[in-house]
Write a protein that binds this ligand. Structure first.
Ligand SMILES: [Fe+2]
Length: 311
């Protein structure tokens, strides 16, 4: 089953305007929007759909405070859709909607959709470093960073769920061809489906049942400098940093997390490891020491400043 990763996430929120503004400032491009919400997309067309929590078009809310209503996966081909339908029809209702999306609910109660991916192929360079001995370097007179450099989300990377039973949740996604890339003991696995080599498109974290829902989602950026630039611009717009910037250990992805009006965290990431079937999953105890190689803190001023004293 060639599931590529999440194409888009659907939220039911209290304050549509605040969420649309937040995601626009984060770097997504608003598409068709009205007072009832709409769709905001990254450069490859993946994105976030925002609706009011009472919008009748939304799938049913969970029993918790979670605002995520649906995770819609992009798949490579019709054969994958048929394979998913055959597998999930064994023990649950599966419906193919007028929008072409195949819908079912996972074993934890998360509403899922599957469709032929809407991702547009991107042809853009990633970040290139100048390093002694390296063959690839930036062109002469080309700057590594600048105040006006673009730093826009390229593609929806991954989603993280709080689940009450990580083993049961993992068993469900295994049926859809997800494999464990790495694992935090007694916490949960980093999972990747068969249609991508990204370290993870889904991470499961075991929590008490009342916390069930989305913990965060992330879009890939072009490199660590874009994570820093986009995150700094976001801070300067007044948004609150939650964790980062830093670099994760499992996955090696650079990260910067922010609080959001959707009630979950929202991350920028870059340069995640790629894996295939030759990889052996690592197992590590959870905790800050195993979650980051290093962590920076935003500092508005690095030196004393202001006018000289009058006397
Ligand atoms: Fe993440």
């Amino acid at each position: 089953m060639k599931i590529i990763g999440p194409d888009y996430l659907v939220f039911g929120v209290d304050n549509v305007d605040a969420c649309v503004q937040y995601l626009t400032d984060y770097g997504l491009k608003p598409g068709k929007l009205d007072e009832a919400g709409g769709y905001l997309e990254a450069l490859d067309g993946t994105g976030i759909e925002i609706r009011h929590r009472d919008d009748p078009r939304l799938p049913k809310a969970m029993e918790t405070a979670n605002t995520l209503r649906e995770t819609v996966y992009g798949v490579a081909d019709e054969a994958t859709l048929q394979a998913i339908e055959a597998e999930l029809s064994k023990d649950r209702t599966v419906v193919r909607g007028e929008d072409g999306v195949l819908r079912a609910v996972d074993d934890m109660g998360f509403a899922l959709g599957f469709r032929i991916t809407l991702r547009r192929p991107l042809a853009m360079p990633g970040e290139i470093n100048n390093a002694p001995g390296a063959e690839l370097s930036r062109a002469i007179n080309s700057l590594g960073a600048s105040d006006d450099m673009p730093a826009l989300p390229r593609s929806l990377s991954h989603v993280v769920y709080f689940v009450p039973d990580h083993a049961k949740a993992e068993a469900f996604y295994t049926r859809l061809g997800f494999v464990c890339t790495d694992r935090f003991v007694d916490t949960g696995p980093f999972l990747r489906p068969a249609g991508t080599q990204d370290h993870h498109t889904l991470f499961l974290i075991q929590t008490p049942p009342f916390m069930k829902g989305i913990e965060h989602f992330t879009f890939h950026m072009g490199g660590p400098t874009e994570v820093m630039i986009a995150g700094t611009r976001f801070v300067e717009k007044g948004y609150e940093s939650f964790w980062g910037p830093g670099r994760h250990q499992l996955g090696s992805n650079w990260f910067w997390y922010f609080n959001s009006p959707m009630g979950c965290h929202v991350e920028y990431d870059a340069d995640m490891d790629l894996h295939d079937e030759r990889w052996t999953a690592r197992v590590a105890p959870p905790g800050a020491d195993n979650s980051q190689y290093f962590l920076f803190h935003y500092q508005e001023k690095w030196a004393p400043g202001g006018p000289p004293p009058k006397h």
